[in-house]
Design a protein around this ligand. Structure first.
Ligand SMILES: [Zn+2]
Length: 148
């Protein structure tokens, strides 16, 4: 079912229309799974959790209650362009990603990656351009001398 359909259903009937039967089971690794109370997707849970709301339902609820804030959040994730190509990226919440893949085990163990603000390209005036050229030329000269 699509999120839009879910939201329509929730708006029409309330969350109660979602299947009330919730089951939990423990897999072969001893991990307990519980169904989301709204959509019944199985989610990993810690011992003692009575009911859960899965991530996608949290988003749905947010979309219903705060339809405008989500949109704004989507625009600014705080992640730089191309973050999922980075070998390692830590977002502001401490989520660690290796090449865009979340590493839950490493969450909170690393400082957030500093996002450099995008450099604004400034148009150089003729004077500044000349100045830059001279600077570069001097640099090259220096490098040349250093090699000898
Ligand atoms: Zn759910």
């Amino acid at each position: 079912m699509s999120r839009e359909n879910d939201i329509k259903l929730i708006k029409k009937n309330g969350f109660k229309s979602f299947k009330p039967d919730r089951h939990s089971f423990i897999d072969e690794n001893g991990q307990r799974w519980l169904q989301c109370k709204f959509c019944c997707e199985y989610q990993k849970v810690d011992e003692g959790t009575g009911y859960i709301t899965c991530g996608s339902c949290v988003v749905k609820i947010d979309l219903i209650e705060y339809p405008n804030t989500i949109k704004k959040q989507k625009v600014s994730t705080g992640r730089p362009a191309g973050w999922h190509f980075m070998n390692e990226f830590v977002d502001k919440d401490g989520n660690v990603f290796h090449k865009g893949k979340e590493q839950p085990d490493l969450k909170g163990t690393l400082p957030p990656t500093k996002v450099k603000p995008r450099k604004k390209k400034k148009k150089l005036s003729a004077d500044e351009k000349l100045h830059k050229d001279i600077k570069n030329w001097k640099k090259r000269l220096k490098a040349k001398r250093g090699k000898k």
